[in-house]
Design a protein around this ligand. Structure first.
Ligand code: SF4
Length: 244
C-alpha cells in the first residue's frame, strides 16, 4: 500500500487546466533547505502526520469521479513508495488522468511507470545547475540519475514540466542561464525536434522550510524574477513563472 499523509480533494493549480485531487506521500531522499513541505520530507516531523487508508481515498474519489479529471501524486517523493505503480494502476482503472511530481532520483521507477502507461504528466524538480546540485539538495546524489530522469521524461512524449524554486543565495541570473543551457543541451543530445515541455520558475516561499534559517530569507521581488525570465526565455522559450 502507498502511504498517504495528505489528501487535497480539489486543486485548480496543481495541473493547470485540470480539476485535480492531490495525494501527498511522506518521505524524501533529498534535504532541500528551502523545502516548504518539511512536514512530509523531514522524518522527525513525520510521527505527527495523519495517515489515510488507500481504500478511504478510492471511495471518496469514486463518489467525486464526475467532477475530478486528474490525480496528482506528490510528496515527499512518490517514487520512493514501493507500491506506487499499483496505486496508479487503480487510479487509471477508475478513469483518471495521473501525474507525479518527482525529484528525479529514481529513473528506474519513472521508466516503469512510463512503460506501463501509468502516468500522463510528470513534473520534475530541476533544482539547480548540475555542477552544484548538492548545494541545492543537501545530500549526495547521483547526477546521472537526475539527468536520466530528465531525458526519459523528455523522450516519453507525454506532457512534462521541469520546476525550479528560485531561492535567493542559491540562484542568480548566471546560474539560471546555465540551467537553461543544460535543458537545451539535453534536448539536443536526445535529438528531439518537438518536445512537449515547459520550464516553470517558482518563487521561493519562506514558510515551513526544512532549514529554519531559510524562513528568514526575503524572496526575489516579482520584478527580479520577471527580469530573469526574460533572459532565460532566449534559451528556453517555454520558460514561465508560476505563482508570482
Ligand atoms: S523540495 Fe521536494 S525534493 Fe526537496 S526535500 Fe522537499 S520534497 Fe524532497
Amino acid at each position: 500500500m502507498v502511504q498517504i499523509a495528505g489528501y487535497l480533494k480539489t486543486s485548480l493549480i496543481e495541473w493547470p487546466g485540470k480539476i485535480a485531487a492531490v495525494i501527498f506521500v511522506p518521505g524524501c531522499n533529498f534535504r532541500c533547505p528551502f523545502c516548504h513541505n518539511s512536514d512530509l520530507s523531514d522524518p522527525q516531523k513525520q510521527p505527527k502526520l495523519t495517515f489515510f487508508e488507500e481504500g478511504e481515498i478510492f471511495a471518496d474519489l469514486k463518489k467525486r469521479q464526475k467532477w475530478v479529471d486528474a490525480i496528482v501524486v506528490t510528496g515527499g517523493e512518490p517514487t520512493l513508495q514501493p507500491e506506487l505503480a499499483g496505486f496508479l494502476k487503480e487510479l487509471k482503472k477508475m478513469g483518471f488522468l495521473t501525474m507525479i511530481e518527482t525529484n528525479g532520483s529514481k529513473p528506474e521507477t519513472i521508466t516503469r511507470l512510463l512503460k506501463d502507461g501509468l502516468i500522463d504528466f510528470v513534473a520534475m524538480d530541476y533544482k539547480g545547475n548540475f555542477d552544484n546540485y548538492q548545494n541545492f539538495i543537501n545530500v549526495k546524489c547521483q547526477m546521472s540519475n537526475v539527468k536520466s530522469s530528465m531525458e526519459l521524461i523528455l523522450k516519453s512524449g507525454i506532457g512534462c514540466e521541469f520546476r525550479t524554486t528560485v531561492v535567493p543565495g542559491l540562484h542568480n541570473e548566471k546560474i539560471l542561464i546555465q540551467m537553461a543551457g543544460e535543458i537545451r543541451s539535453l534536448i539536443e543530445n536526445c535529438k528531439l525536434k518537438i518536445v512537449n515541455y515547459r520550464w516553470v520558475l517558482q518563487n521561493f516561499r519562506p514558510t515551513n522550510c526544512l532549514d529554519l534559517r531559510f524562513s528568514e530569507l526575503k524572496p526575489f521581488t516579482s520584478g527580479e524574477l520577471k527580469q530573469s525570465l526574460k533572459i532565460v526565455q532566449k534559451i528556453i522559450p517555454t520558460a514561465e513563472i508560476r505563482g508570482d
